[in-house]
Design a protein around this ligand. Structure first.
Ligand code: SF4
Length: 353
């Protein structure tokens, strides 16, 4: 059986990560929310700062959303921050501030899917339920010699069912973290270090010398690329206009400069004028080009062109596609939570003043 050598290897070789120093259900909750779509090395400083600022669930629950988004700024996928905020409020109000143990109950919380529920239940409470993420899928398809497409839900289910039988016989927190740790450090996508793998004796892919055949994953269609224009509207007193994205949008609740997608054969300048008119009902005049920023999200990429703009009258502002607006000194922009691409624009703006 391979569970025992795996957990022994994990206990002896696990990386020294901050959430492993003092395991606590709240710490696991924060770590698992942050770890979605984010590299471990990126999230560590965020995790440390978060726990200093919000040592308990009640600190998160009682903070306002702007503050939460500001603390999350730069981590991306901001719906995670909003969901974490709501989840902490529900835990405080409905569960006396104690993170639930039952994976079914956990999955009813905002932003908690099967993976996070299983991770919290097993790591914080030793509930015997297996986790299945990209690392686990890679290790298990190699170990068992499974050619199923790992992009399909039924493959995840099949692997989870198989692991659920094994995890009952071991210590759940060590088993789940052991498989994930093996995938992150030894059974890597390229050049796995099989010589140091604790389960190499029973690994199908290693023993059949077919490691490159696993995992099987169907290719995704090419990522769409959007051209975006942004107008930094500056008043005569130097203040610039920022708008707050609607709550139900991607990056909802964050601040940005007005702008949007270029349509058809529009010039960048005309698109900027149109977007400003549509978003805030101002007739803008284009000034100088400020900067170009490239950024990739999970499902699309953008190239963003930013122009300085002026308006002769700004009394007629209407938030047609935003929740709020503010005129802000450029030096004060860092107090607001912005998406990453906008942060680059702010840097160019403050350097150009
Ligand atoms: S022996 Fe190699 S391929 Fe098999 S699980 Fe270990 S590291 Fe992965």
């Amino acid at each position: 059986m391979w569970a025992k050598p795996l957990t022994q290897w994990y206990k002896a070789n696990q990386r020294n990560l901050p959430w492993r120093k003092a395991p606590h259900p709240y710490h696991t909750l924060i770590c698992e929310f942050m770890a979605q779509q984010t590299q471990i090395n990126t999230l560590i400083p965020y995790y440390d700062r978060w726990l200093k600022k919000y040592p308990n669930i009640s600190d998160v629950a009682q903070a306002n959303e702007d503050e939460i988004l500001k603390s999350w700024e730069g981590l991306g996928y901001y719906s995670r921050a909003r969901n974490l905020h709501k989840t902490c409020q529900i835990i405080l109000n409905d569960y006396e501030g104690i993170v639930p143990k039952d994976p079914e109950v956990l999955q009813k919380l905002p932003g908690v899917g099967p993976y996070i529920a299983a991770a919290i239940a097993s790591i914080a409470y030793e509930v015997p339920i297996s986790v299945v993420d990209g690392n686990v899928l890679r290790v298990m398809t190699r170990l068992f010699g499974l050619s199923d497409d790992i992009g399909k839900d039924k493959t995840k289910k099949k692997i989870q069912n198989r692991l659920n039988q094994i995890i009952k016989t071991t210590t759940p927190s060590e088993f789940n973290q052991g498989v994930m740790e093996l995938g992150a450090t030894i059974c890597t996508p390229k050049n796995p270090n099989c010589q140091h793998c604790p389960i190499q004796n029973v690994c199908y892919a290693k023993n059949m010398e077919q490691i490159e055949k696993f995992p099987v994953k169907q290719k995704k269609p090419p990522t769409p690329h959007h051209i975006i224009v942004v107008g930094i509207i500056q008043r005569s007193d130097g203040k610039v206009l920022i708008t707050k994205r609607k709550k139900n949008q991607l990056l909802g609740g964050l601040w940005e400069f007005p702008g949007g997608k270029v349509k058809g054969s529009e010039t960048l300048e005309n698109a900027t004028i149109r977007e400003i008119k549509e978003e805030v009902n101002l007739d803008a005049t284009i000034g100088h080009f400020l900067c170009k920023v490239k950024h990739a999200y999970s499902h699309f990429k953008i190239t963003l062109h930013a122009y300085m703009c002026s308006v002769s009258h700004h009394e007629s502002i209407q938030c047609n596609s935003a929740d709020d607006y503010e005129w802000v000194e450029p030096s004060e922009l860092n107090k607001f939570a912005f998406p990453k691409a906008n942060k680059v624009i702010i840097q160019h703006l403050t350097e150009s003043i």
